[in-house]
Design a protein around this ligand. Structure first.
Ligand code: FAD
Ligand code: NAP
Length: 312
């Protein structure tokens, strides 16, 4: 079955929800598609302290509030894993999902964000869900009063390490350099926290276990070459993000790393296909920048459709 819309927004994170809010409030028939629950990466974080208007808010609560604002104006929330996006000779975009339905529209906004990058070491896959995790909020409570390890030195590693320090006995951050990439305010909080320790200049070589559960991480000091086994029950991996742009690869919208290039109107190189949020090639990936992109993309989709109608 084919369903026709004015605008299809792919991805219901903060970028997609804001894009759908602007499009539906401008009276466009709007579909907001996601393969999971609305909220995107906001569901994987506990405390958000840098979204204006909220001194501190839980990720899933902010997601719910954004969803309620968006659907208030008639956005059609549709479940589906998008597998392909094609453009026909009339410029109509066709969105295929893993379900039976095909969705079509003159304008599409891609807001599919990113997912955690894998470390790629022995034991990571084997012990997935048995000590290895990419989501402290989801799995942290399983490690109450245990020793856990966080891999990475960016905002995610330090913010989620601080969250884990509220639950675990000790949190050891293993980082490949001798200084953190995370913003200063998070660094200050981490260095002050008695439960947080650091293993610097160290690359993880393997995640080890007893066949059932993780027991240790094996690390190698990059300066001395010394190897050591650090006993741990849980390994939380935060080594960056990979763009979720595979369904759009054939359209040639991405750079060599898979991020989508746009102009400042969020327009990709194909007229009527916009991109917003973390999926874009950009410097700062945050909720504020995602919603900013989403607002622009929703409004520009409206302008695009107005121009199309005026030209008929
Ligand atoms: P996402 O939030 O990634 O949403 C993308 C959506 O697209 C997802 O719902 C996904 O299911 C969907 N999707 C992907 N592919 C498909 C497909 N093929 N078909 C259908 N749906 C698809 N930022 C802050 O400002 N403050 C913070 O405190 C903060 N903490 C963070 C903590 C962690 C652990 C992480 C990982 C990130 C944090 N961030 C924070 C960053 C912030 O969450 C992201 O910048 C923001 O969520 C990006 O929004 P987005 O809408 O572009 O993408
Ligand atoms: P990130 O900023 O890319 O940091 C990734 C970290 O992992 C870096 O410290 C990097 O080391 C390390 N790393 C990368 N590959 C590695 C490997 N193979 N082995 C070991 N270490 C490796 O990713 P992120 O922290 O997930 O953040 C993603 C985005 O979300 C960022 O834009 C971030 O600002 C945003 N975010 C914001 C907040 C917030 O605002 N509070 C919270 C979380 C995330 P190097 O430092 O040596 O490169």
């Amino acid at each position: 079955m084919t369903k026709q819309y004015d605008v299809i927004v792919i991805g219901a994170g903060p970028a997609g929800m804001t894009a759908a809010l602007y499009a539906s409030r401008a009276n466009l028939k709007t579909a907001l598609l996601d393969r999971g629950i609305y909220g995107g990466q906001m569901n994987n974080t506990d405390k958000i302290e840098n979204y204006p208007g909220f001194s501190s808010v839980q990720g899933p609560d902010l997601a719910k509030q954004m969803y309620d604002s968006t659907t208030r104006f008639g956005t059609d929330y549709v479940y589906g894993d998008v597998t392909a996006l094609t453009v026909d000779e009339q410029g109509i975009k066709h969105v295929d999902t893993d379900g039976d339905e095909e969705l079509t529209a003159p304008a599409v906004i891609i807001a599919t964000g990113s997912e955690p990058r894998k470390l790629g070491v022995t034991g990571e896959e084997e012990y997935g869900g048995r000590g290895v995790s990419y989501c402290a909020v989801c799995d942290g409570p399983f490690f109450k009063d245990e020793d856990v390890t966080v891999i990475g030195g960016g905002n995610s590693a330090i913010e989620e390490g601080l969250y884990l320090a509220n639950l675990a006995k000790n949190v050891n951050v293993v980082h490949r350099r001798d200084s953190l990439r995370a913003e200063k305010i998070l660094q200050d909080q981490a260095f002050k926290n008695d439960k947080m320790g650091f293993t610097w200049n160290s690359q993880v070589e393997a995640i080890e276990g007893d066949g059932e559960q993780v027991t240790a991480v094996k690390v190698k000091n990059k300066e001395t070459g010394q190897e050591q086994e650090l006993p741990t029950k849980g390994v939380f991996i935060y080594v960056g993000a990979v763009p979720m742009s595979q369904p759009f690869a054939e359209l040639g919208l991405t750079d060599e790393h898979g991020w989508i290039a746009t102009d400042d109107a969020m327009q990709t190189k194909i007229p009527g296909i916009f991109a917003a949020g973390d999926i874009r090639g950009k410097r700062l990936r945050q909720i504020t920048t995602a919603v900013g992109d989403g607002g622009i993309a929703g409004q520009e989709a409206f302008n695009y459709i107005e121009r199309l109608q005026a030209s008929k």
